[in-house]
Design a binder for this molecule. Sequence first.
Ligand code: HEM
Length: 121
Amino acid sequence: MDIISENFRNLLRAMRAPDTAVPADCVLFAVNIREQALKSRDLIPLKIQQMPQVEQAATLEKFQKTIDAFIVTTDKLIVTLKASDWESAKALLDSMKIERDEGHEQFQIEEAPAPATPAAS
Ligand code: HEM
């Protein structure tokens, strides 16, 4: 996921000024995202590992379907980037942000809140 994150960030940055972006680099960022998403499909998220065993199989199936849908989006993204269709690419990146947020909401353990800052004395 860290590799997805890095490539996603690079692509978002490139799409802020697509006219100066190197198309081959953008395609590579998207290919890297797809490749890592496919790899993460084989992992069992910690949240699922910590669920009661009876819920694990069904939730894992849901997780894999979610990743599959995300991979379909990355396929579309690769097509649009190869065609230098920046407007469509930007729209797909927006959809991917939603897919990311919903995926994390469902399958990632919520981060513990930051510890309270001690009051100044
Ligand atoms: C642009 C897309 C995405 C980005 C940038 C992204 C980024 C990240 C990052 C930085 C982490 C924390 C580091 C790590 O655990 O490796 C993470 C964890 C995670 N992500 Fe994503 N993610 C994306 C899409 C998705 C999607 C579509 C899903 C769908 C299910 C997903 C599911 C998860 C899960 C389950 C974890 C926690 C892994 C665990 O606890 O074992 N992510 N993601």
